[in-house]
Design a binder for this molecule. Structure first.
Ligand SMILES: [Zn+2]
Length: 159
């Protein structure tokens, strides 16, 4: 059962007064003006890991690396649809209702709110995916309907 049934609200407290240089850019993630994925991969080391690349009131963008056989903790979201861009490797999404998607580099996967998504690296090397979610990105853990998995990684992966 879901504890909080109220609809989410987004409050934007920092408004731009007009055109201006990118004053809110950071020198470290999140919100660096230019991110070379290879730099993140080199800095983070062996998988599994995740790195928040972009974060503001409306979006949470996370780069996620999984080793072969690794993946996420199956979960669903109440108030937003989530999508990913596969940057490397071979990943499989098991979804509520029996749909299974296999995606490779340059593929985009979209999953609507309410659908449990269990994501696994089914290839033989590291997988990379860029996950786009919306704050507060509350995760509701749920067993994978297809394989029964309930926990395949730290909950803070937010993916
Ligand atoms: Zn998710």
């Amino acid at each position: 059962m879901i504890a909080d049934q109220s609809p989410p609200t987004i409050v934007i407290t920092s408004l731009a007064p007009g055109p201006r240089p990118p004053t809110t850019a950071s020198s470290a993630w999140p919100n660096v003006l230019l991110t070379h994925v290879a730099d993140v991969v080199a800095r983070m080391g062996p998988p599994p890991w995740s790195k928040r690349i972009i974060a503001d009131e409306r979006q949470l963008v996370t780069l996620i690396a999984s080793p072969p056989g690794g993946g996420n903790r199956p979960h669903w979201h109440r108030d937003f649809d989530e999508w990913w861009v596969v940057l490397d490797g071979v990943l499989e999404w098991e979804l509520t209702g029996g749909t299974t998607l296999k995606a490779v580099k340059d593929d985009i996967v979209w999953v609507p709110r309410g659908t449990v998504h269990h994501i696994r690296n089914v290839g033989d090397r590291l997988s990379l995916r860029l996950a786009v979610a919306m704050p507060p990105a509350v995760h509701y853990a749920s067993p994978c309907e297809q394989c029964g998995y309930t926990d395949d990684g730290p909950s803070e992966w937010c993916a």
